[in-house]
Design a binder for this molecule. Structure first.
Ligand code: HEC
Length: 118
């Protein structure tokens, strides 16, 4: 190896070491939790497709309603899904997408929703 190639190799080694030492970039703003009332309502809207608007399952739906369900029960179910302890078709993946704080906030939101109404 001649001198200039050796210098180049050294330079790229230093550069890659510097890259490896860089801290992870901060999470994008949209990935941060938004636990304001509107933020929680928006997050809970992700569940509406299957569990009904504001957790009120459509009549005859085979997916359980979440409205009026005690918050503890929703938290427990989500924890069991997240940990793979409860059998599920889709809820394992969905539960993994939310932090414990987000799940608690959504559970509280759903518990406060009337079971009936529009
Ligand atoms: C794609 C449809 C779909 C979406 C979206 C969805 N769920 Fe589910 N959910 C299901 C199904 C289906 C089940 C039954 C378990 C299974 O097969 O995964 C279920 C079960 C549950 C249960 C247990 C109900 C019971 O009777 O014990 C809870 C709690 C729950 N979901 C919460 C949520 C929350 C909170 C969200 C939003 C963050 C959500 N789900 C989004 C389809 C969905």
């Amino acid at each position: 190896m001649n001198k200039s190639r050796a210098t180049l190799a050294l330079a790229s080694l230093v550069a890659s070491a510097a890259l490896a030492q860089q801290p992870a970039p901060p999470a994008p703003a949209f990935a941060g939790p938004n636990l304001s009332p509107k933020g929680v309502a928006a997050m809970a809207a992700n569940c509406a497709m299957c569990h009904g608007t504001q957790g009120r399952a459509a009549p005859g739906s085979r997916v359980a309603a979440l409205a009026g369900r005690p918050a503890d029960a929703t938290v427990e179910a989500m924890k069991a899904f997240k940990e793979g302890k409860r059998e599920a078709s889709v809820m394992h993946q969905i539960a993994k997408g939310y932090s414990d704080a987000e799940i608690a906030a959504m559970a509280t939101y759903f518990a406060a929703q009337a079971r009936e109404g529009s």
